[in-house]
Design a protein around this ligand. Structure first.
Ligand code: HSE
Length: 410
């Protein structure tokens, strides 16, 4: 019998308990032995809850119990999770975590300790919720030179943007509902400012390059500036605005970024709605592959965590993960070429002349009822060239990137 301990009895922790209880027979069969939760660690008490009998408040009880071979860390945040996880690994206990903040900040160190101790540090649930993207990159897409990964990696913001577009909800209403549904981080700024997606694309980039991607160096914009008016323009154009996390090899080097991007109907990520996540991977011999599914929430995330527990029970020796502590150099986003959508206040020939003098030929878009402003889409240009024009544009309201790489993507 494999005895495990779960650190944290919040949304994901209670999901792990539920999955192991509900799917016990499947879990045990796939693990090759019975999996039993011996302890749940939390600061809180849960009177009347089934975990009451196995609840502990002192981590040392778990650390010092040699029967516990796998520790599940689903507390979130870097500390105290880092100290708990590191100590578990140093004691020879494999660790399975959903904690992207921990993995993005300390991944290479924890992977190395696990390798040295011949145990495992697994983190499938840290990116894409229940979507099996980590194991796919580590163990399946290993014959390719990966050229690009683009994804919708944050369920909260995808849910919000979907509801804002489809139901006309305001930003606050959409956020509140995403929180009530258990999608959002404890501090939802990590979702809406793009940092959650940024950590996730940094993890994926580290895995496919084998070198450490410092998430703090990934250019990151969230969705806080996306307004109902922007969404009306997107609809007029037949586009959708999505928070895209992307990492791609360009002539200038590897570029990683997170930003709201307008997608055309032909884009593989266009139909990814609500809390769903998707990861588009392009390999030099594979071509395109799409991973699509439940990106956040209690049971989907717990499904990935429990799959890691099963892998840890089955693989009593180390499964190699290629992620060294050598830093990956990221190229400046200024070299990336695409079109840009711009909203500008005013109207009339003088304004159009100004726009054309700065950006050359543009396509104009007007939304019925918005007479005091108009929008336009530029031709394909580098971010640097676009910025030079945008800084000089009087009355500029906002700008959103537009993806127009249909031929490359499909
Ligand atoms: N807050 C995250 C999201 C949870 O919305 O995607 C899953 O990582």
């Amino acid at each position: 019998m494999a005895k495990i301990a779960v650190l944290g009895y919040g949304t994901v922790g209670s999901g792990v308990y539920e999955v192991i209880k509900r799917n016990g027979a499947i879990v045990n069969k796939n693990a090759g032995e019975e999996v039993e939760i011996k302890y749940v660690l939390d600061l809180r008490d849960f009177p009347g809850d089934p975990v009451e009998k196995i609840l502990v408040h002192d981590y040392d009880i778990i650390l010092n119990d040699e029967e516990v071979s796998v520790v599940v860390e689903v507390m979130g945040g870097v500390e105290p999770a880092y100290t708990f996880v590191k100590n578990a690994l140093l004691r020879g206990k494999s660790v399975c975590t959903s904690n992207k903040a921990l993995v993005a900040a300390k991944g290479p160190e924890l992977i190395k300790i696990a390798r040295d101790k011949n145990i495992n540090f697994f983190f499938e649930a840290s990116v894409g919720g229940g979507i099996p993207i980590i194991r796919s990159l580590n163990q399946c897409l290993t014959a390719d030179d990966i050229e690009e990964i683009s994804g919708i990696l944050n369920g909260t913001t995808n849910y919000m943007l979907t509801k804002m577009a489809d139901e006309g909800w305001e930003f606050e209403e959409a956020l509140k509902t995403a929180q009530d549904l258990g999608y959002a981080e404890r501090n939802p700024e990590a979702d809406i400012d793009g940092w959650d997606a940024c950590r996730k694309i940094a993890i994926l980039t580290s895995l496919y390059t084998g070198r450490n991607t410092d998430y703090e160096k990934v250019y990151t914009e969230g969705i806080t500036k996306i307004s109902a008016r922007d969404i009306r323009y997107a609809k007029e154009l037949g586009f959708k605005i999505k928070l895209i996390a992307e990492s791609q090899k360009t002539d200038a080097g590897l570029v990683a970024m997170v930003a709201p991007i307008m997608l055309k109907k032909s884009h593989p990520l266009y139909n990814v709605e609500d809390v769903l996540n998707a990861v588009y991977v392009r390999g030099n011999v594979l071509g395109p592959a799409m991973f699509f599914g439940s990106g956040a929430g209690k049971l989907p995330t717990a499904s990935a965590v429990v799959s890691d527990v099963i892998a840890a029970v089955k693989n009593r020796s180390n499964v190699e993960v290629e992620w060294s502590d050598e830093d990956l150099d990221l190229a400046n986003v200024g070299s990336v070429k695409r079109s840009f959508f711009v909203r500008v206040s005013g109207s009339g020939d003088d304004k159009l002349r100004e726009v054309r003098s700065l950006f050359g030929d543009v396509s104009i878009v007007k939304v019925p009822g918005l007479e005091d402003e108009f929008g336009f889409i530029t031709k394909v240009m580098s971010e640097d060239d676009f910025d030079k024009g945008y800084e000089k544009l009087s009355g500029a309201i906002t700008r959103i990137r537009v993806d127009n790489r249909e031929e490359e993507l499909c």
